[in-house]
Design a protein around this ligand. Structure first.
Ligand code: PMP
Length: 379
């Protein structure tokens, strides 16, 4: 039967990308691969809004995060981690594993980074690296990377940004916002299966990387740098996924990045309007709500996983559960990548029926109407 995947990765893959990744295999030490890698990086520079080096790595998002940490954090280095949820915690943990002395600035789950507190930390300490999450997937919170970047740029510290779930769905300006290393991955807003990480590296970051003393082999950025001049990779890349990435970026370039970002905003707005109309509480305030994933509390006394189970079993719609301290209390609806207005209608339609079956008092169609009104306003 037909399944509707509405989780924040892996997400639906467009037909032209599926076709691309199933093409016959070819060697990576070829002109064909080099031309493709060059094309991919040029398009990624548009998405990242940067002139910095960009590497496509055969790793997951976490691999990309480890690459960023392993190449910049040497034992004993002071690190400031801005933590707004599960993935902020992961970034901090990685820095600790590589010997970093990590100060964690923690914010309530559902809140964003308070930039004022970052400013205070930066003026009282001298950090080597600052870690931030662009889009905190566990809560559906968008952090203000521009404001954080402005502060970090005034210090010798590098700004490392986990853009795994945001890039491709939420605008990021790597050069203008002073992002030293941006990490993203294939399986979310980039519309690909899991398996690739994409990482940009600023000149300020290279100066630190060159002096780094942490052991690295597969995660070595200098090893990648040594190969990129001939548009190659140190080890065998996931060739088929690169072919898919080329195709996915083509779709994005054709739609135009401004349209891509506007589409995601509209879908988030419609999802939020529907949740509110159904009497549900949202995790994030409007001011910092994620355009790509919406976190919603389940109604009082009702388990979020029970609602999810009904949606999956009866309607073949998969929502994501709450993570960490939100497990069982909240669920998440993703609207990222290859998602459009009718996906929101499916998600909300299924949500209403699942809520009704679980005993939530509301009238069917209430959420749909609210979503439709927002979606028509944008048409
Ligand atoms: N960071 C963020 C913000 C994410 O959403 C995810 C995946 N949910 C990751 C990192 C980890 O990526 P992966 O599972 O591909 O290793």
């Amino acid at each position: 039967g037909k399944n509707y995947l509405m989780i924040p990765g892996p997400t639906a893959v467009p037909p032209s990308v599926l076709e691309a990744i199933s093409r016959p295999m070819f060697g990576h030490r070829t002109e064909e691969f080099a031309a493709m890698y060059k094309r991919i990086v040029e398009k990624l520079q548009v998405v990242f809004q940067t002139k910095n080096d960009i590497f496509v790595l055969t790793q997951t998002g976490t691999g990309g995060m480890e690459t960023a940490i392993a190449n910049t954090v040497s034992p004993g280095d002071k690190v400031l981690a801005l933590v707004t949820g599960n993935f902020g915690e992961r970034f901090a943990k990685l820095a600790r594993i590589y010997g970093g002395e990590v100060d964690e600035l923690k914010f309530e789950w559902g809140s964003c980074v308070d930039v004022k507190q970052v400013e205070e930390k930066l003026s009282a300490n001298r950090y080597k690296v600052v870690l931030a999450t662009q889009n905190e997937t566990s809560t559906g919170v968008l952090n203000d990377i521009e404001a954080i970047g402005k502060l970090v740029a005034k210090t010798p510290a590098l700004l490392l940004v986990d853009g795994v779930s945001g890039v491709g769905g939420i605008e990021i300006k790597v050069d203008q916002w002073n992002v030293d290393i941006l990490v993203t991955a294939s399986q979310k807003a980039m519309m690909l299966p899991p398996g690739l990480a994409m990482v940009s590296v600023s000149p300020k970051a290279w100066a630190v990387i060159d002096k780094n003393t942490s052991p690295r082999f597969y995660f070595s950025l200098p090893a990648c740098k040594g190969k990129i001049d001939s548009w190659n990779t140190p080890y065998t890349p996931g060739v088929s996924l690169y072919v898919g990435l080329d195709a996915a970026l083509e779709i994005m370039m054709n739609e135009g990045m401004d349209n891509v970002y506007a589409r995601h905003k509209l879908l988030a707005e419609a999802t939020r309007a529907a949740a509110r109309a159904l009497g549900l509480k949202l995790l994030a305030e409007d001011a910092w709500a994620s355009p790509v994933v919406t976190g919603i509390y389940s109604p009082e006394g009702m388990g979020a996983d029970d609602i999810r189970k009904i949606a999956k079993k009866e309607f073949a719609v998969t929502f994501a559960g709450g993570q960490g301290k939100l497990k069982g209390k909240a669920f998440r609806i993703a609207h990222m990548g290859f998602a459009d207005r009718m996906d929101v209608i499916i998600a909300i339609g299924a949500l209403e029926m699942a809520l009704k079956k679980a005993g939530h008092a509301m009238e069917l169609g209430t959420g749909l109407k609210a979503a439709q009104e927002v979606l028509m306003g944008g048409s």
